[in-house]
Design a protein around this ligand. Structure first.
Ligand code: HEM
Length: 414
């Protein structure tokens, strides 16, 4: 649906490699010259300033999904693609792509099972996982921070949280990586088919696991969800499966990329790296709490999210039309000088840091407390046990996607 708007028009090529590698100079320019613009190619209205992004994320007239308000016909969309039938079904059943009241019910149930006590209980396990990975590579003098360290952590942690047996854990990351290909803007039929197949395989796996837990409950999240279902809370089997898969997908990619992006930021700021190394040496865990917030602000792993306009209205003179799509650059809000002092500086001791990295409003990241524990433990332990760690010489390659922004590899030496 093309929305005629009295707004400045500008096309931003989100997949242009130099933009993916370093979007910040262009975002800074847009923030000053085009705080809001209509992109005719993506057919979206983009916002680049902190204040607008934060306000729109809390605005009930916007939502992450639209099909509960307008039909595909009304939106001018083609019928659902048969290649992504199972993927679409999965999307329809998890909290991220639903709005109230379904979102409220699903998130409420997940929050009941995903308690802060459960996250706290994982702290020692996370430390054990991180230490185990470092033990394996410690004497090698070099490793790929992505494959040897960053990738295995969230997989192992979420597997632990859900209760996926050790022997099956290697299956999780490939399923997740295949599925999230469909979150990028633009994908091939081949990728669509493959992602759909991954949803089918992953769903069958979680269903079987849920059946086992129904017979023999344990102290894990799947058992807690099965219990909720049995105690008459409204959660269908498809919803249970979809939300467990969502945890795995959402929990993998951003945490992995948060580690490598954070390491690269430290590499580019030797003074801050030295500060972090010193904090690790004296075992200052509090330092790593502010440091991780700052690393997540400075280079945002998930730089842009979208919203649909659910009802007509206006936001600060910008007409909102039902069915219009809006893009919010969290990464740009995170560098807005109107909100952050000296935003282009990396300051690991920054106190006033309300970064947008985990979102805001009803879709605020359910895994934020877990991601924080993972990243704090990772950086603290890496710098303590491998104090000489540095990114190896040579270009660092990005995966190419802007929506889920990360690296192909990150060779480090120590
Ligand atoms: C550094 C790591 C992470 C980042 C940067 C991140 C970021 C985000 C953001 C920005 C959102 C909101 C999306 C929006 O506004 O449209 C979100 C939602 C979500 N995240 Fe995370 N996340 C991270 C880790 C995790 C982990 C570890 C888990 C699970 C264990 C997780 C599970 C979820 C779920 C289930 C939602 C949907 C919440 C809802 O719709 O109400 N995330 N995340």
């Amino acid at each position: 649906m093309v929305v005629p708007l009295a707004l400045p028009e500008f096309h931003l090529d989100l997949n242009h490699p130099p933009f993916v590698y370093d979007p910040y100079p262009q975002l800074a320019e847009l923030r000053e010259t085009l705080p809001v613009f209509f992109d005719p190619v993506w057919n979206k209205v983009f916002f680049t300033r902190y204040e607008d992004i934060a306000a729109l994320l809390r605005d009930k007239r916007l939502g992450r999904s639209i099909l509960h308000v307008l039909s595909r016909d009304e939106l001018g969309w083609p019928p659902p693609h048969p290649l992504t039938r199972d993927f679409d079904h999965f999307q329809g059943n998890h909290m991220l792509d639903n709005e109230p009241p379904k979102h409220t019910r699903l998130k409420g149930l997940m929050l009941k099972a995903f308690t802060s006590a459960r996250v706290e209980g994982l702290r020692a396990k996370i430390q054990e996982i991180v230490d185990g990975l470092i033990d394996r590579v410690r004497d090698h003098g070099r490793m790929d921070l992505l494959k040897d360290f960053a990738e295995p952590i969230p997989v192992a942690v979420i597997a632990e949280l859900l209760g996926v047996p050790e022997g099956d854990r290697h299956l999780l990351r490939p399923w997740s990586a295949r599925i999230v290909k469909l979150y990028e803007l633009g994908y091939t039929d081949e990728q669509a088919k493959d992602a759909n197949q991954a949803v089918l395989e992953f769903s069958a796996y979680v269903k079987a696991l849920a059946r086992e837990r129904r017979r023999e409950p344990r102290d894990d999240l799947i058992s807690a969800l099965v219990r909720a279902e049995e105690q008459g809370e409204v959660l269908t089997e498809d919803e249970l499966v979809a939300n467990c898969i969502l945890l795995l997908n959402a929990g993998h990619e951003a945490s992995v990329n948060g580690t490598t992006l954070g390491m690269l930021s430290l590499h580019h700021h030797p003074d801050q790296l030295a500060l972090a190394r010193e904090a690790a040496r004296r075992g200052d865990h509090e330092f790593f709490k502010t440091a991780v917030e700052e690393l997540l602000r400075y280079d945002t792993p998930l730089p842009m999210f979208e919203r649909w306009v659910l009802q007509d209205g206006e936001y600060r003179g910008v007409p909102l039309r039902r069915g219009m799509e809006i893009g919010l650059f969290y990464a740009s809000g995170n560098r807005d000088p109107r909100r952050f002092v000296d935003p282009d500086a990396l300051d690991l001791t920054r106190k006033d840091n309300p970064q947008l990295t985990f979102g805001l409003g009803i879709h605020y990241c359910i895994g934020a407390p877990l991601a924080r524990v993972e990243l704090q433990t990772s950086f603290h332990t890496l710098l303590k046990r491998l104090p000489g760690i540095r990114v190896a010489r040579g270009p660092v390659e990005y995966t190419g996607g802007f929506i889920i922004r990360g690296h192909k590899a990150m060779p480090v030496e120590y």
